[in-house]
Design a protein around this ligand. Structure first.
Ligand code: ARG
Length: 419
């Protein structure tokens, strides 16, 4: 009796690559293919269409998982609380989805008795790294197969392969763009965007109105946070995925959330990316504004540095690593008092904070005011403080000379002396 076929769980989008991959894994590698599609709130097809397509392409089983809430609560919101934007720009939508999809692949692989997982990433991007290392971190015993990286077929050959095997070719196959989308944002690359001098054609945007033609008045919205996590919009408590969906719509129709960035990929390539992330942009702005009231100066400053580390490790696919867990403990501790409300206005592509209040605000009007009335700041204490603060510089100047790297300045001036 021959050995039963080995099973493989494929991350399946329903697009051309992964549909062809179902058949290729079956024919070329002899796998029995189970597909897994994670609904993360991107522009998806419905579950019935996806499972139909997967089964038609030759899968033995097709799973579709609604992972929207866990995605926002466990991946997007902690990254928001960390203040993490890759290279100060990219809210990491695609990068955050990969470890969750890897986790779902591993779960299904265990349920279905699979020995391998597979994904449809090419050999040029970050996503292959993220899937491969996240899987390695969660289930080192599983093999990871990347058919698109290995099969050396171009688009035309893939289409021919699909036709030869009766696999439906999706209508989007003609688009010059490569798009990945979930609730936290939409990532677009390729086509005319590959020239960094070319302005993104309006057709690349699907979630955001053109700021030039958006309503000039815009809209104001109040967002409440508890422990650094957004919990309600205009006073209405919302589930995580609904809150993000709502802000995507509101900010998007005001042209907020367009990002155009040439980024440094982990694999050494620079690539020009266009993102749409209306909710992420508005939430990062609001969260940072609340932190200005709630965090002490030293914590705020260190947190900024660690935000860059968080962003890099997420970008690099190291979500399931010790550094993320260590940074998460730090971030969690900083968010203890990050509760309150922020008012933001979205108009013509810009988001501006118009008000903020925190339950445990460190801002004190009595200390900050320049009015004499009600002022509690001790001016006499400032003298002694500055005396000591400047002591080291004064000593340097006396002993080693002033660090004066400008000559005496002779600038145009007007002088009048008293007669
Ligand atoms: N450059 C972004 C990242 O590495 C987005 C990648 C988009 N992926 C895609 N399959 N189109 O996270």
């Amino acid at each position: 009796m021959s050995a039963p076929p080995r099973r493989c769980v494929l991350a399946y989008s329903g697009g051309l690559d992964t549909s062809v991959a179902v058949r290729w894994l079956t024919e070329e590698l002899g796998f029995e293919v189970v597909t897994l599609t994670a609904d993360l709130g991107g522009e998806g097809r419905d579950a019935a269409t996806i499972t139909d397509r997967a089964l038609k392409a030759g899968a033995v089983a097709a799973h579709v998982v609604d992972a929207r809430r866990v995605f926002v609560e466990h991946f997007a919101f902690p990254t928001l609380a960390a203040g993490a934007l890759y290279e100060g720009v990219y809210p990491l939508a695609t990068a955050l989805a990969r470890p969750l999809i890897a986790k779902l692949l591993v779960d299904v692989a265990r349920e279905e008795g699979a020995v391998a997982v597979a994904h449809g990433c090419t050999g040029k991007g970050n996503d292959q790294v993220r899937f491969d290392v996240a899987t390695a971190a969660l289930a080192p015993e599983l093999e990871v197969v990347a058919p698109v990286r290995d099969w050396h077929m171009g688009r035309p050959q893939e289409i021919a392969y699909a036709a030869a095997h009766g696999i439906e070719v999706p209508a989007t196959v003609d688009s010059p763009y490569s798009v990945d989308a979930n609730l936290w944002g939409r990532s677009v690359e390729c086509g005319p965007l590959e020239n960094p001098w070319t302005a993104p054609p309006e057709e690349v945007y699907e979630w955001t109105a053109d700021p030039a033609t958006a309503d000039a008045t815009g809209e104001e919205v109040a967002i409440s946070f508890e422990h650094g996590i957004p919990v309600s919009v205009d006073g209405e408590p919302l589930a995580a995925e609904e809150l993000v969906r709502r802000l995507n719509t509101l900010a998007g129709r005001n042209g907020v959330g367009r990002l155009d960035h040439v980024e440094n990929r982990l694999v050494g390539i620079k690539s020009r990316e266009v993102y749409e992330a209306p909710a992420a942009v508005i939430l990062h702005t609001a969260h940072a504004a609340l932190e200005t009231l709630a965090l002490p100066r030293d914590v705020a400053h260190l947190k900024l540095q660690l935000a860059a580390e968080w962003a890099r490790l997420v970008y690099d696919g190291l979500w399931f690593g010790a550094l993320r867990s260590a940074l998460a403990a730090f971030v969690l501790s900083t968010q203890e008092h990050v509760g309150g409300e922020v008012r933001v206005r979205c108009a013509r592509g810009l988001v501006s904070v118009t008000g903020r209040r925190a339950e445990h605000s460190l801002y004190s009007t009595a200390l900050a005011t320049y009015d004499r009335e009600g002022n509690v700041f001790d001016h006499t204490a400032a003298r002694g403080f500055i005396e000591l603060f400047g002591l080291s510089l004064r000593t340097q100047a006396r002993v080693q000379g002033a660090l004066e790297d400008l000559p005496p300045l002779s600038l145009p001036r007007q002088v009048r002396r008293a007669p």
